[in-house]
Design a binder for this molecule. Structure first.
Ligand SMILES: Cc1ncc(COP(=O)(O)OP(=O)(O)O)c(N)n1
Ligand SMILES: Cc1ncsc1CCOP(=O)(O)O
Length: 546
């Protein structure tokens, strides 16, 4: 547990001596003129902007606190201002330090915001001391707002204490009586009730009644910590009626900041004009959708990862590889010009046939060709692939990929390093990497690859001196891989089902095939067979998993 530092006014070295004009004290209690009707000028007309002021702690890790509040409000179309109560040094592992903001400076932030921009709703998070609560309440006396949402943050998700013991009295006497919505989780509900047990649904209902008596108009007890149940129940109590919200548990490492986000989402919805019940419903839906969309996120090494609050902007996907969909790896055709020559067709004709048969991505692989011939072949094949909207990547040769503006490259462990390839190709190109081990798969992800090709799964004549890793080796790579995986090596119509069999590792997306497609008299027919078998294999494994 971290000891809270004693509150004392701190003067920043830059602020010693004459106080710069920009931070001169604001005359106490200057009532805002514009706050009743905040508008944004957009030329001829103005739009009303819903405003939330969050009074909370800063989370340096970006997942909770002020940072979560700002992002939640932004995601929900609400302008968020802030009054920071404490700085915390924290990350996905836990809280390493807390530095409370002196209360006179908290007051200054509150007055700055409320006297000018105003707020429709105030949302509170970490309030580290009784003085902090008293300061907030006295400023709110002078700047009333439409609603106050209180998330009684006391302990972080990592178990670190975020508020001193003395706050309960101030909360109960000063803040709760002016609270519209109070959102405790089970440990917080228990603390508010002096340590009473709140671990079952029945105890939650009783706690809601007892906490309501402390002053808030609505109490929302969050049952996320209810043990031994996949049914997540939250209870909303308004002093007469009790509403239960049921949802199923979302398994995810990225849950840090969900409490802050829910309370801010409620505040944002209230600021937009919703009734409390509608606001809670909409906020819960936003948090649920955000948790679902954050499961794949990898940030930090601890057990508490953050949410992707702005998932609706698709901003991380749009960092580049938005055109690359993992399901493109379903039937991955890797060309071989000697096989195609043997059957009397050009590479581009073979590419056309394989795409018409159902290939979902194409790789031009030429181990022997002269650069000029390789480029011509790649350009002709790319023209075909573009007509069908199928991505086409080049094996090994970054220069050829750049010259023909292919959709990406497939690299081996001894080719150009992934980080260099990414720097050269930029964020919009696909980079695949051959990996035989979990360690290589992990590194490929860290270095910025998009997918992994793993094999040889079975012995093959197409690639000499290639170690066979077997279905077991493939599974180990898939289980360790944060990236989608395509299996390669000796894959034929008669073993696709074994490769894709249930239980299919989550990351395994499909099969990459050379001779099974191109050392065949009819490439299109061969591709069609593969697609049919893949469809069957996927349906089978799907129903078995169910
Ligand atoms: C999808 C896919 N996976 C693996 C390979 C192997 O490529 P290759 O260039 O033959 O060998 P490495 O040098 O990458 O080990 C591939 N072409 N495609
Ligand atoms: C390129 C490659 N990488 C690992 S095995 C292999 C060859 C795959 O060819 P085939 O599908 O004919 O076995």
């Amino acid at each position: 547990m971290l000891a809270l530092q004693k509150l004392r006014p701190v003067r920043h070295p830059l602020v010693q001596g004459a106080v710069p004009k920009s931070i001169r004290p604001i005359p106490q209690f200057v009532r805002m003129a514009a706050s009743e009707s905040a508008t944004a000028d957009i030329g001829l007309s103005s739009v009303k902007v819903p405003r939330v002021l969050t009074v909370a702690g800063s989370d340096s890790g970006g997942g909770a606190g002020i940072q979560a509040d700002i992002k939640t409000c932004a995601a929900l179309g609400v302008f968020c201002t802030t009054a920071i109560t404490a700085l915390t040094a924290q990350n996905t592992i836990g809280v390493q330090g807390i530095y409370p903001v002196p209360v006179d400076f908290l007051a200054k932030q509150l007055q700055s915001v409320l006297s000018d921009i105003g707020a429709d709703v105030v949302k509170t998070g970490m309030l580290p001391s009784a003085e902090c609560i008293e300061t907030l309440c006295s400023v709110l006396d002078s700047f009333p707002v439409r609603a106050v949402v209180v998330d009684p943050v006391m302990v972080s998700t990592s178990g670190d204490e975020l508020a001193g013991a003395g706050i309960l009295d101030a909360l109960g006497k000063k803040l709760l009586p002016r609270t519209d919505v109070l959102t405790p989780n089970l440990p917080e509900a228990s603390k508010l009730l002096g340590g009473a047990s709140v671990t079952t649904l029945e105890e939650m209902r009783k706690a809601a009644v007892e906490i309501h008596k402390m002053g808030p108009r609505y109490v929302l007890i969050k049952g996320g910590h209810l043990s031994g149940s996949d049914d997540m129940v939250d209870i909303l109590y308004d002093g007469s009626e009790m509403h239960e919200y049921h949802a199923s548990r979302i398994e995810s490492r990225n849950t840090h900041g969900t409490g802050c986000s829910l309370a801010s989402a409620i505040a944002a919805e209230l600021a937009k004009g919703s009734h409390i019940r509608q606001a809670v419903q909409a906020a819960k839906e936003y948090v649920k959708e955000t948790m679902q969309r954050s499961r794949e996120l990898r940030l930090g090494g601890g057990s508490q990862g953050p949410l992707n609050h702005l998932h609706r902007l698709n901003h991380w996907e749009s960092l580049g590889r938005s055109h690359f969909k993992p399901d493109s790896l379903l039937l991955y055709a890797v060309t071989d010009s000697s096989m195609n020559k043997h059957w009397g067709r050009s590479t581009s004709d073979a590419v056309k046939a394989v795409i018409e048969g159902g290939a979902t991505i194409v790789q031009i692989r030429e181990k022997e060709a002269e650069s000029g011939d390789f480029l011509k072949e790649a350009e002709a094949s790319l023209k075909v692939a573009r007509e069908y909207g199928v991505p086409l990547v080049i094996n090994d040769r970054l220069d050829i990929a750049l010259a023909c503006d292919a959709d990406g490259v497939h690299l081996g462990q001894s080719d150009v390093p992934i980080t260099r390839a990414r720097a050269i190709l930029g964020p919009n190109k696909i980079i695949g990497v051959s990996c035989k081990t979990p360690e290589q798969a992990q590194r490929a992800w860290e270095e910025g690859a998009d997918y992994i090709g793993s094999g040889g799964v079975y012995p093959t004549n197409t690639k000499q001196n290639n170690k066979t890793i077997g279905v077991e080796g493939l599974r180990k790579v898939c289980e360790a891989s944060p990236l989608p995986v395509v299996a390669i090596g000796g894959i034929k119509e008669n073993n696709v089902k074994e490769v894709m069999a249930s239980p299919r590792p989550k990351q395994l997306q499909g099969v990459a095939v050379v001779s099974g497609l191109f050392n065949q008299p009819d490439v299109q027919v061969a591709a069609k067979h593969f697609r049919a078998i893949l469809a069957e294999a996927l349906d089978e494994s799907y129903s078995r998993v169910l």
